[in-house]
Write a protein that binds this ligand. Structure first.
Ligand code: 6A9
Length: 737
């Protein structure tokens, strides 16, 4: 009860300054889709296919990782202003450009279609909610689409043909299927009258998929154009039936691009050797694409609260971990979040999000705070937040059944508090954003410093609950080993791990100890708890919770001591996990990213005698150093490059980013020969990582989920403008220390 009241209050505080974020391309899993954060309001999307009356012709709608495109994404985008999105569809020989311009009460989308062969292009408007329907008026060239229940209207050109009809709620988001059905119906109709030869010879008008019908109580509308030459049309929306419809104005669009450009320049200045116009354009595009990947999600999620496997270490039992009958729907919930990949993972991921927010914070701190608050509104009574947010049927339709269910004992690295900490740092240095008020019509960027502090105060109890959940549920059992004695109980073990995978850690198939039991202690997890307690300390001080602050400081100190006492293994010269074999605690050293955690999360002080060993390890080409960035696993590990080889050799940009930040910090703090060593590694690594992402973007048109350490080629999902966009912050880091 208390909890819901709290969330409601936060909602009120936020509502005041987020009107301009109400509308956007918030359905990032489709090539072109605009919707509202209010799930009752309609969704606008575009679909196209080559001009053939053929039921097997592929329809472009959802972003598909395998589709033959030269690239797609936002070249310029700011969710408060608008921007430019381009799809270069090599397969269908068409370029689709959308220009999105926001106005105080709505937006305009200008669509420019440039086909090299005949294309059928469709505008699809549908209501997501259960109860509303459209009230459509047909003018000479336009359709005015208003809501029966809500206060909004669209103006859509009627183009060559249109049809509106009622579609049952569960099918409405499946635009491709709805359209395929229309194609089938039309084909059947034609086949009743014409031979196949005659059909081929039909004119455009007869060929139309959508008959000109406007059905009463329609909740879906298609408008079709067929063309083999470039054409342009505008669609406008206002969030009030009485407001005048905005019109597309070239000047306003130009201003939007200029403002984005200016604000980007004010925010970022890339350092040598990346202080070139090409890197600037690249960086602006990557940041735009990260912002363009923001989604507004709504719906129910599947949760299994039976806790059947919370303490199971027998692999055979884990095989039937997913039992659909044990999962219940919870919600509906709302989440406003960035997404790792529009094609492969178009939904919210907990530990990805902390990374996503880092390049956004310097650009638009209020937006970052709003996203953060949206995530913390998901904290449940126990303090848990699900790792993967699969809200509603549309999101669920993109996930294989075995991955749909969330477990309330599964954690994920607490990166959101890393973002929180960065927000607090920036608020302390507040002032630089003051001139932003020149953004006339729309109130943007960091206006509300005091409002934000109030909102953060409201969110504090939720974050604290989450912290307590984290430490309570992931606590490990510290056993005697090596005749060591331990000064505190700070030791942790990821729940929900199998012999081959630890999804909770985020490092999925990264190898761990070969045996599973309750005596295991994970060095990455203890490091994350350290980072969490340090961020909580900062947060508590910021909101004036001094007693809590003392507790968090104690936690932090205890963690830092145990990182040394529990996890530093002298004869391995490395931080390692601890396992229990035959009742004995023993180190389980699987060197790679795992060994770097105490260093990369900056939990060592500058005098720590192990820093040099870590830096030497990472610079060694026989372990994790590659000319393209740091490999996830040491070449010396028996599992290097094996299995699905996801976190067993490829280069990940989020980890490389954290390492670079740590190198920067320690390089600045440490003097003498070690300083020079750190600085050289820092400088080289920074260049290697940026060059890898930049060159692959140039070569392939995409930024990628991970990179091959032997070739530097992109691997996995594309576009992956999630944490790979940290390249923006990396270009912004100093060249040397
Ligand atoms: C499985 C497969 C068609 C895996 O970027 C999101 C996450 C990271 O948080 C995690 O660290 N990715 C990384 O190891 C992608 C996770 C996808 C899980 C869903 C369904 C569908 O593929």
């Amino acid at each position: 009860m208390m909890l819901h009241l709290l969330i409601f209050v936060i909602g009120c505080v936020l509502a005041g300054n987020s009107q301009d974020l109400l509308w956007g391309p918030y359905n990032p899993g489709v090539f072109s889709g605009f919707r509202s954060r209010d799930p009752e309001l309609p969704t606008l999307s575009f679909l196209w296919h080559s001009f053939e009356l053929n039921t097997s012709v592929p329809i472009r709608y959802t972003c598909d990782n395998e589709v033959a495109l030269n690239g797609y994404g936002w070249t310029d985008f700011d969710p408060r202003l608008g921007g430019r999105h381009v799809v270069d569809d090599a397969g269908h020989k068409v370029i689709v450009e959308t220009r999105f311009v926001k106005s105080p009460h709505g937006y305009v989308v200008r669509v420019q279609v440039d086909p090299k062969t005949p294309v059928s292009f469709l505008t699809y408007l549908h209501v997501d909610g259960a109860t509303d329907s459209f009230d459509i008026h047909q003018g000479p060239d336009t359709l005015t689409v208003a809501s029966v229940r809500k206060d909004y209207k669209f103006e859509v050109p009627s183009l060559h043909s249109f049809a509106s009809f009622p579609v049952i709620e569960e099918h409405r988001y499946r635009a491709t299927d709805v359209l395929a059905e229309l194609i089938q119906l039309r084909l059947k109709k034609l086949q009743e009258t014409y031979s196949d030869e005659e059909i081929k010879a039909l004119s455009n008008a007869e060929y139309m998929l959508v008959p000109q019908i406007l059905s009463p109580s329609a909740n879906a509308l298609f408008v079709q154009a067929i063309a083999d030459k470039p054409f342009t049309f505008d669609i406008s929306f206002v969030a009030s039936k009485s407001a005048p419809q905005p019109v597309y104005v070239q000047k306003k669009y130009n201003d939007t691009l200029e403002r984005i450009d200016q604000h980007f320049t004010d925010t970022y200045s890339f350092q040598a050797p990346f202080d070139t116009p090409e890197h600037r354009t690249f960086g602006k595009q990557v940041l735009s694409d990260l912002l363009g990947g923001i989604g507004a999600f709504h719906g129910k999620m599947l949760v299994d609260r039976t806790n059947r496997h919370v303490e199971v270490f027998d692999e055979s039992a884990l095989e039937d971990r997913v039992r659909p009958e044990d999962a219940d729907e919870e919600g509906p919930y709302d989440l406003f979040t960035c997404t790792p990949s529009r094609s492969k993972f178009p939904r919210g991921f907990y530990w990805d999000e902390g990374f996503h927010l880092l390049p956004i914070i310097p650009y638009d701190i209020d937006l970052a705070a709003e996203i953060l608050e949206s995530w913390f509104s998901l904290v449940d009574e126990d303090g848990w937040i699900a790792r993967e947010q699969i809200l509603g049927s549309e999101a669920r339709s993109r996930v294989p059944p075995d991955f749909q269910v969330q477990y309330p004992y599964t954690a994920n690295p607490p990166t959101l508090v890393m973002a929180l900490s960065s927000i607090i740092d920036q608020l302390h240095g507040f002032g630089a954003r003051a001139e932003q008020s020149e953004f006339d019509e729309i109130d943007v960027y960091g206006e509300a410093n005091t409002e934000m502090t109030t909102a953060l105060k409201k969110v504090y109890p939720l974050v604290k609950m989450h912290y307590e959940w984290f430490r309570r549920t992931q606590r490990g059992e510290i056993r005697q080993y090596d005749r060591r004695s331990f000064s505190s109980v700070e030791g942790y073990r990821w729940r929900d791990r199998t012999a081959t995978h630890c999804f909770a850690s985020g490092l999925d198939d990264y190898p761990r100890a070969g045996v599973l039991n309750s005596g295991e202690l994970n060095v990455d997890l203890l490091s994350w708890v350290g980072a969490f307690s340090r961020a909580m300390l900062k947060f508590a001080v910021y909101v004036g919770e001094t007693e809590d602050a003392e507790d968090f400081e104690e936690d932090y100190n205890a963690v830092v001591r145990n990182i040394e006492d529990l996890h530093w293994i002298e004869n391995e010269n490395s931080y390692c996990d601890i396992a229990v074999v035959d009742g004995e605690s023993v180190p389980a050293c699987r060197k790679g990213y795992l060994s770097l955690f105490p260093f990369m999360l900056q939990l060592l002080d500058a005098q720590n005698p192990h820093i040099e060993a870590i830096v030497d390890f990472m610079r060694d080409p026989e372990t994790i150093w590659s000319p393209y960035g740091l490999r996830s696993l040491s070449k010396q590990d028996p599992d290097y490059g094996t299995g699905e080889n996801y976190w067993r050799s490829p280069i990940w940009i989020n980890i490389n980013y954290l390492v670079l930040e740590a190198l920067q910090k320690y390089g600045q703090e440490i003097k003498g020969p070690l300083h020079d060593k750190i600085m050289n590694v820092y400088r080289e690594l920074r260049q290697n990582v940026v060059n890898t992402v930049y060159n692959e973007h140039k070569r392939t048109g995409y930024v990628w989920e991970q990179y091959d350490p032997d070739t530097g080629y992109g691997k996995g999902g594309k576009p992956f403008t999630g944490w790979t966009s940290l390249v923006v912050l990396i270009m912004n880091m100093p060249e040397s220390l």
